[in-house]
Design a protein around this ligand. Structure first.
Ligand code: FAD
Ligand code: SF4
Length: 481
């Protein structure tokens, strides 16, 4: 029975984390499972406040209070069905969304009472329902549709698009250059945040919906874009952003200077027993490791280096902690695992001996005025230089667009930063400058979040459905005249 004052009598709590010594050596998810009584009790803390800011702040506008109510009543299968009405990958968002900046940050109880534990309940419900055999009910999907859509990229944007198309009776065929689905979910985000078996389970669900995957296939190399345009009724691009930002420091090519994403990809392949020649495995055991940057990628690198047995791991960030762009939760997890944070330190030079890294020179900064986005600038304090000892420096400064060279041959325009231009109007959402081609996720908005990529992929599918409808009407008119 629901208790209106549960939020006063029961505080917020999350599932327990594994002990730190285990976390520091194992690439396993750090949170233990929530128990069913805990989930019911925590879900019952939701006030159902009538003005669910959590729903508005969630980029997918999930029906959060409604599925929390079902969770509190133990109706796991119904809760999972409701979750999937708005989200393709709820078990993954529950694990990796920065909830403190999204749904939980907007919860009415996010003051002295503590926000409702939304993310971990979302994860629990989906994991439990999938384990009990939950599968989407496609019995109401339109029958007899013959349209086929090619999707390039099996990351969250591509999977979001495929999901909505399949639910509307349209055949989705997903191409990816990697051997597994997931994009950065599989190869970027480490397994201590997201176990790879989660993606394997999701793949069986998506294949069960009739979605087809053509993996190990690079479009533009193994198969031409023209052949996709010829064979399919529309194409969706969800190809991500992969150009690493340079540090623009002298000696950036020295031995021991490592780019974040290939480092993480190489480590994941090693754990999965596979290899990627473009991202060889790098072992940092026994090294003094300095990671430059303050976002999620930097946090994933510091925590990977800890698990590889690095002697020391520090994170150098040029602003203060309050101005870090990454999830607060992941910074806390990194601190617990022994990472040292050096805030207000701007790297200015990489020091080498015999062309190998021996240190990084940093200068202290202080926080200045806020820019248009509200973020404070970092102002250098002259004469505050210091050299930190380092055998390995990982550069985690984020990613820029990586537009394919063939875009221009097909009239797919990009903006001045190389991001694909896509329509934001509802009726033809995410249509590019080539009417038959739609795009979404990081390659349109710039490198961002899993949940925003899913949202754009799903919205683009609605745009594609409108486009397919218009094409069908046009063909009918042509036959009649
Ligand atoms: P991607 O996930 O990049 O997928 C693109 C896919 O397209 C890839 O599989 C690629 O192989 C494929 N592809 C590209 N070109 C071709 C081609 N020519 N032919 C065939 N296939 C092609 N977000 C969070 O919300 N929480 C986190 O904790 C988080 N951690 C992150 C950690 C790291 C290290 C990184 C790099 C990012 C992280 N992000 C996180 C961001 C998040 O992963 C991305 O925003 C999201 O994956 C973008 O989805 P996408 O589908 O647009 O692109
Ligand atoms: Fe919160 Fe992300 Fe789930 Fe939305 S998808 S409810 S933002 S955890």
């Amino acid at each position: 029975m629901s208790n209106d004052f549960q939020f006063i009598q029961v505080g917020r709590h999350d599932p327990k984390k594994h002990d730190t010594p285990l976390r520091k050596t194992q690439f396993i998810e750090i949170y233990q499972d929530f128990s069913e009584p805990d989930v019911k009790q925590q879900a019952d803390r939701c006030l159902d406040c009538g003005n669910p800011y959590c729903e508005w702040k969630c980029p997918l506008h999930n029906y959060i209070p409604n599925w929390l109510k079902l969770a509190e009543e133990g109706r796991v299968m119904e809760a999972a069905t409701l979750m999937h009405e708005t989200n393709t990958l709820p078990e993954i968002c529950g694990r990796v969304c920065p909830q403190d900046r999204l749904c939980e940050g907007a919860c009415t109880l996010n003051d002295e009472f503590g926000a409702v534990t939304i993310g971990n309940i979302e994860k629990y419900i989906t994991d439990a329902a999938l384990a009990q055999g939950w599968r989407p009910d496609l019995s109401h999907a339109p029958k007899g549709r013959t349209e086929r859509v090619a999707i390039i990229g099996a990351g969250p944007a591509g999977l979001g698009c495929a999901d909505v198309l399949a639910r509307n009776g349209v055949k989705a065929v997903v191409y990816d250059k990697y051997p597994q689905i997931g994009g950065l979910l599989t190869y970027g985000i480490p397994s201590f945040k997201l176990d790879k078996s989660v993606l394997a389970t999701r793949r069986t669900v998506l294949e069960g919906m009739g979605i087809e995957f053509k993996l190990n296939t690079t479009v533009g190399k193994d198969i031409s874009f023209q052949s996709l345009l010829d064979e399919y009724d529309a194409v969706f691009l969800g190809m991500g952003t992969y150009t690493a930002m340079k540090a623009r420091l002298a000696n950036e090519d020295a031995k021991g200077v490592i780019q974040a994403l290939p480092y993480l990809i190489g480590n994941t392949h090693q754990l999965m027993g596979s290899q990627d020649p473009a991202a060889p495995y790098i072992d940092l055991a026994g090294k003094n490791v300095v990671v430059l940057g303050g976002g999620d990628t930097a946090m994933d690198c510091v925590r990977t280096a800890v698990r590889q047995g690095a002697a020391n791991v520090s994170c150098v960030y040029r602003r203060d902690e309050a101005n870090m762009p990454g999830s607060r939760r992941e910074v806390q997890n990194a601190k617990e695992e022994g990472v040292e944070f050096l805030f207000n330190q701007q790297p200015v030079a990489i020091h080498t001996e015999n062309d190998a890294v021996v240190g990084i020179e940093c200068v202290e900064t202080q926080m200045g005025a806020a820019d248009a986005s509200g973020r404070q600038s970092a102002e250098v304090i002259p004469g505050s230089e210091q050299i930190l000892k380092a055998d390995a420096i990982i550069i985690a400064f984020g990613f820029q667009a990586s537009p394919a060279p063939w875009f221009k041959d097909f009239g797919i325009d990009t903006n001045e930063w190389g991001l694909v231009k896509a329509c934001k109007q509802d009726d033809m959402a995410f249509q590019t400058t080539n009417p038959k081609v739609f795009a979404g996720g990081d390659m349109v908005r710039g490198s961002d979040l899993v949940v925003t990529a899913i949202a754009e992929g799903r919205d683009a599918a609605l745009g594609i459905l409108t486009y397919l409808g218009e094409q069908a009407a046009q063909q009918k008119d042509e036959v009649q005249t």
